[in-house]
Design a protein around this ligand. Structure first.
Ligand SMILES: [Zn+2]
Length: 165
């Protein structure tokens, strides 16, 4: 009986240890809609990376909850980055990516292109929102962008003019 109780205790406690999340998805070549196989994907600022398989599928597991930038390295085509991908503990964030991105890579300036101000500009966060992020979104601190990301997606939302860029 004691053994059983100990076992149950351990099982109940398992999810609280090292809660991590996963990013997965598929990458296609936008020019001909074929799967991009053998494409290196690296989490910016880390040594964590993965290579897409023959179906263009990739999976990055054991990620601490938070937001990440993913760099895609094309042989002969340079590099592109998908920014602000959200990771939630015990969840899978699925991204369906169309590449290459062309000249959409790089950080976009926060300034609203209409009047140049930043006072009502909030970041757009992509991927599955966790509780914390949902609350932030409810308070208007961030805007949720969904799970389909091309890398050309807007990074900022201007509340004054109700537009994304
Ligand atoms: Zn604006």
């Amino acid at each position: 009986m004691r053994k059983l109780i100990v076992t149950i205790f351990v099982i109940l406690n398992l999810p609280t240890f090292g809660q991590t999340g996963t990013i997965d998805g598929t990458v296609i070549d936008k020019t001909d809609s074929s799967n991009l196989a053998g494409l290196p994907i690296v989490i910016v600022g880390t040594r964590t990376g993965v290579i897409t398989n023959n179906e263009g599928y990739f999976k990055l597991s054991n990620l601490q909850p938070g937001t990440y930038d993913l760099a895609f390295q094309f042989i002969g085509l340079g590099e592109d980055t998908v920014r602000n991908v959200n990771v939630v503990a015990n969840e899978v964030t699925t991204l369906n990516l169309g590449l290459p991105i062309g000249d959409c890579s790089g950080n976009k300036p926060k300034n609203c292109p209409i009047d140049g101000s930043t006072s009502e500009v909030i970041p757009i966060i992509y991927g599955l929102p966790g509780n914390k992020l949902m609350k932030k979104a409810e308070r208007g601190k961030v805007r949720l962008g969904g799970c389909i990301v091309t890398g050309c997606d807007p990074q900022w939302y201007c509340e004054r003019h109700n537009h994304k860029y």
